[in-house]
Design a protein around this ligand. Structure first.
Ligand SMILES: [Zn+2]
Length: 259
């Protein structure tokens, strides 16, 4: 799938209590009607122009992978995952945080490769010193292999990708509690009694839903630590010159892989 323009479809974002309403799709100005891409039940929006801007958005999960130049639709996403520090992937970061602050939206949670922590903190400090803004956000440096619980039913894990500078991708997992085999078929009241008596009646099951690589060479596929990446229902891979007639263009490939 190639998506070389920002999708303008509407999707719900976090509520705002601001007197300055966040822009709605109808207020963006000139609009083109474009069918919304849905993969494995997830609406997907985004922009990918090689060397200029990458931002892939899953609005129903309120998350964005990389921020590009901060396209309008990214602002309402509460979670942001940065793959690496090339400007076409991270350039819009201060604008993303500032604009959420302007609309009085909840401070975003931003995941970055751990080695970027001090640089990103300095970046925000620099902007604060220039315009006295707060730029409130939660910064979460993640080492490769490290996990973080986004919500009770959602977690993320960083994985290694292979690029000219240090980089990492992210796998988003659905986390479910599933009744143990032994108790399947038991009447509801018996299951309730077991639970009340302190018996552990469920197993935690994690299902890789979405994986995003950012810029990478294909080596990530061979990395045994990245097995979950290939098991994800949706794999977003950014590649250069995938097709011979697309010289000097980049494309985003979203492959829906059936489990
Ligand atoms: Zn890059």
């Amino acid at each position: 799938m190639e998506n070389r323009g920002e999708s303008e479809s509407a999707a719900a974002g976090p509520a705002t209590s601001s007197s300055i309403p966040p822009p709605t799709p109808a207020s963006y100005g000139r609009q083109k009607t474009k069918a919304q891409l849905t993969v494995e039940g997830y609406p997907v929006e985004g922009i990918s122009i090689g060397g200029q801007e990458t931002c892939v958005i899953f609005p129903t999960m309120s998350l964005a992978f990389d921020i590009g130049r901060c396209p309008q639709r990214a602002i309402s996403q509460e979670f942001l995952f940065i793959s690496h520090a090339h400007l076409d992937h991270i350039g819009g970061l201060p604008m993303y945080v500032a604009t959420r602050g302007l609309y009085r939206q909840r401070p975003p949670t931003i995941f970055i490769p751990a080695y970027l922590k001090e640089s990103v903190e300095r970046l925000f400090d620099l902007h604060r010193s220039m315009d006295q803004s707060e730029l409130n956000h939660i910064l979460v440096p993640l080492e490769i292999g490290q996990e973080y619980e986004l919500r009770r039913d959602l977690k993320v894990k960083a994985f290694k990708t292979y690029h000219a500078i240090p980089s990492q991708g992210y796998v988003i997992y659905n986390v479910k509690q599933k009744l143990k085999q032994d108790y399947l078929g038991l009447p509801g009241n018996e299951i309730k009694q077991l639970k009340l008596s302190g018996v552990e009646i469920t197993n935690t099951v994690t299902v890789p839903e979405i994986a995003f690589t950012g810029d990478t060479m294909a080596d990530f596929i061979l990395d045994p630590d990245n097995a979950d990446v290939l098991k994800a229902k949706i794999l977003v891979v950014e590649v250069l010159q995938l097709f011979t007639n697309m010289v000097n263009l980049s494309s985003i490939v979203i492959a829906a892989i059936q489990l």
